[in-house]
Design a binder for this molecule. Structure first.
Ligand SMILES: NC(=O)c1ccc[n+]([C@@H]2O[C@H](COP(=O)([O-])OP(=O)(O)OC[C@H]3O[C@@H](n4cnc5c(N)ncnc54)[C@H](O)[C@@H]3O)[C@@H](O)[C@H]2O)c1
Length: 249
């Protein structure tokens, strides 16, 4: 398969390595210095685009891919308030897009089990639930896209919570955050060079349950993005990565 990479930062470089190891060809690499190469003709040399840039660039990159009519896999986080709009454009224009807040297999298993756990815990409302996420200090968005997906998995499967609130700290002092009973707290902690840890905690007076995923490095995200490109390249439509994993079948 011929792949175009939009964004050649930490993720773009690992994706390139994994794509080459799976016998794909990288036909275009775009970062700040090569933005002038981002033309419809160049994009059309690829069977599929993989985009890992910044929240400020992702929407115009999606537009470039839609205009060139090339399927695009989006890894960039921090733009999800625009998801409904982008979905509509994708469907109306008969384009192809797959997005994920997190491409790793382990995290997607975690998302699935998180929803099942939320359904079970809904029967025991004396457990208070919260989400904690820890990332490296360069991370631009907070809470992480992964933490938002986890929070939505809980909110959609419990009666007591209907919105999330975020508290961002740069130390791990356990300050008590002020949240209403209907709000699900997401605590975000930024520590140098941590690729990503997410924990769901159910706490009661008598005990607590912790459900935790720790990323050891970025390779799992990159492999998932390449698998998503392989899955998407001959499809039309708007997909989240859940469609690819399909744990229910
Ligand atoms: N979905 C996932 O599984 C997953 C995993 C890891 C990171 N991410 C997200 O992916 C994004 C990138 O992460 P990263 O760690 O590679 O960041 P990074 O800062 O190392 O790389 C981003 C790169 O994008 C480039 N860039 C900025 N604007 C651009 C544009 N208009 N066109 C092309 N390139 C442009 C920057 O110069 C930089 O090299 C972030 O939003 C991060 O949260 C998602």
């Amino acid at each position: 398969m011929k792949i175009a990479l939009l964004g050649y930062g930490k993720m773009g470089k690992i994706i390139e390595k994994i794509a080459l190891s799976r016998k794909h060809e990288i036909v275009l690499t775009i970062d700040h210095e090569t933005l002038h190469d981002l033309t419809p003709e160049n994009l059309q040399k690829a069977d599929v685009v993989i985009e890992f840039t910044t929240p400020a660039s992702v929407l115009s990159n999606i537009e470039h891919c839609f205009n060139a009519n090339v399927p695009v896999v989006i890894g960039t986080t921090g733009w999800y308030e625009k998801l409904p709009e982008v979905k509509q454009q994708c469907i109306d224009g008969n384009k192809s897009l797959l997005w994920a807040s997190n491409f790793s297999v382990g995290v997607n298993v975690f998302f699935h089990v998180n929803k099942l756990l939320a359904k079970v815990m809904n029967k025991y409302p004396y457990y208070e639930v919260q989400v904690e996420e820890i990332h490296h200090t360069q991370k631009m968005d907070s809470p992480s896209g992964t933490a938002i997906t986890i929070a939505e998995g809980i909110i959609n499967n419990t009666d007591t919570k209907n919105e999330w609130v975020n508290v961002l700290t740069t130390d791990d002092k356990d300050d008590d955050a002020n949240v209403a009973p209907n709000q699900l707290l997401i605590e975000s902690l930024r520590i140098d060079s941590v690729p990503g840890t997410h924990t769901v905690i159910y706490d009661s007076e008598v005990d607590s349950i912790e459900f935790k995923h720790t990323a050891h490095n970025r390779n799992g995200f990159a492999l998932g993005a390449v698998l998503a490109a392989e899955w998407l390249h001959d499809k039309k439509g708007f997909y989240s990565v859940e469609a690819m994993f399909d744990f229910n079948s």
